[in-house]
Design a protein around this ligand. Structure first.
Ligand code: ARG
Length: 457
């Protein structure tokens, strides 16, 4: 029998049940739902709606139910439509008559909104923490190869040599912004909807601020209808996770490229690669491909929720139940990818010789020649043309750029620029990839990492 049987003369059709039940996926919310119920019960006591003894009984009952879930002993009953009803049903079984008071001045509408905010608050913290771990890994891998450099690319064409640490830190900065965004979302969602009731509050003397404080929310809702119908926090979290996923997919694509025979800049550890069922020689970078591939579902989950929310009238509508699976899925999969990439980067062996040889491609010295001319007082456009002509001649003749320059009126004047890695030593502008600028960037990154860690708590 359902909790609302009083109004109905017939039970629910089986198809409707299958369509509407959510216990099969929302049972993962049990701990957050129980935390919300405990605060609610305390709030009822503070409002004089439960005696001290009734409150203690219900709190002990909720603790017992939590243990049942944790030890796999909780048994779903036939009428348990969702996690909220399952817990209330069980509380009534265990606590006796006082169980019937637990849902006083509460609706599943404010209950589910509270539970989901508590879950999301934790999940956002987990994702942010795992992002910071990956940032630390990227920094450490760069530090382990302090002199390594590779070609930096634009349009996937060799552009200028860059330090490996600088390259990896470029990814780290994007993840730090992701963490900043997640923390920002966490602060915004940290508002309690508990006490909003079904949509309009209650005539009973509860104080939403009491439960808000017990649950560690920054404040209680100001508008009950907004409180039960707002899922902005889920959308925002899904966006933030999707963007993390997109950053991870770019890193994945890069690892795929780096580990090809064509690039050959790096080799993944055997423990982070897979073989082929047919081709014995294969060593595949599936971890990187999945990092790239998972971003599709993360964007899909965001899209699914946005479309669900679009056009919904105030306040609660059952459509909102569709908020959960995209959220659970995105949290689960982004955490998987973050952990897998952490392992993949740790297992990566850099072929620093191959990468350096590619970066020492003489054509990449063209800009350094142009800048050396600028330093001598020649306007940049003219310097660009001089260097461009050398490049054109080298490409047409098949002669090395250095030999072309040597054969010109400049003779051996620019020879030092052709020394391996010379550009990295010469490059000094703040934020650039040069040995001179590296320390400043590293310290800026470290202080941002520390600041976000502290904020994360
Ligand atoms: N399982 C529901 C959800 O996830 C709980 C709220 C149900 N409220 C209702 N009025 N039917 O949204």
């Amino acid at each position: 029998m359902t909790l609302w049987a009083g109004r109905f003369s017939q039970g629910m059709d089986e198809t409707l049940w299958d369509l509407s039940e959510s216990f099969s996926f929302d049972h993962v919310l049990y701990a957050h739902d129980i935390a919300g119920s405990m605060a609610h019960v305390r709030g009822l006591e503070a409002a004089g709606l439960l005696s001290g003894e009734e409150c203690s009984t219900l709190l002990a009952t909720l603790t017992a139910i939590k243990e049942e879930f944790e030890t796999g002993r909780f048994v779903r009953a036939d009428g348990d439509e969702d996690i909220h009803m399952a817990i209330e049903r069980r509380a009534t079984e265990l606590a006796g008559p006082v169980g019937a008071k637990i849902h006083t001045s509460r609706s599943r509408n404010d209950q589910v909104a509270t539970t989901l905010r508590l879950f999301t608050r934790d999940a956002v913290g987990q994702v942010a923490r795992q992002c910071l771990t990956l940032v630390a890994t990227l920094v450490a891998v760069g530090e382990a190869n302090p002199n390594a450099y590779l070609p930096g690319y634009t349009h996937l064409q060799r552009a200028q040599p860059v330090l490996l640490s600088h390259h990896l830190q470029a990814h780290a900065w994007s993840l730090l912004r992701d963490v900043d965004r997640l923390l920002d979302a966490r602060d915004r969602l940290n508002v309690s909807p508990l006490g909003a009731g079904a949509l309009a509050g209650t005539s009973l003397p509860i104080q939403p601020t009491v439960t808000a404080e017990l649950l560690g929310f920054r404040e209680a809702f100001a508008n009950s209808m907004d409180a039960v119908s707002d899922r902005d926090f889920v959308a925002e979290t899904l966006f933030d996770i999707a963007l993390v996923g997109i950053h991870l997919s770019r890193m994945g694509e890069e690892l795929v490229l780096w580990t090809t025979s064509e690039f050959n800049f790096a080799v993944l550890g055997d423990d982070f690669t897979t073989g082929s069922s047919m081709l014995p020689q294969k060593k595949n970078s599936d971890v990187a491909e999945l990092a790239r591939g998972k971003s599709g579902r993360l964007v899909g989950n965001l899209t699914a929720l946005l479309v669900t929310l679009k056009g919904l009238p105030l306040s609660y509508n059952r459509d909102l139940q569709e908020d959960k699976e995209p959220l659970f899925d995105s949290v689960r999969h982004v955490l998987l990818v973050l952990r897998a990439l952490e392992g993949a980067y740790n297992s990566l062996q850099f072929r620093t010789d191959v990468a350096a040889a590619a970066a020492d491609d003489q054509l990449l010295v063209a800009i350094d020649i142009a800048e050396a001319l600028v330093a001598e007082g020649i306007p940049f456009r003219q310097a660009h043309e001089v260097a461009g002509k050398f490049v054109g001649e080298a490409v047409r003749s098949g002669e090395s750029l250095q030999n072309v320059v040597r054969a010109s009126t400049y003779g051996e004047r620019f020879d030092a620029l052709f020394a391996p890695g010379a550009a990295l030593g010469n490059r000094k502008s703040p934020g650039s990839s040069g040995t001179g600028a590296a320390a400043l960037q590293a310290s800026r990154l470290r202080s941002q990492l520390d600041a976000l860690r502290a904020q994360l708590g």
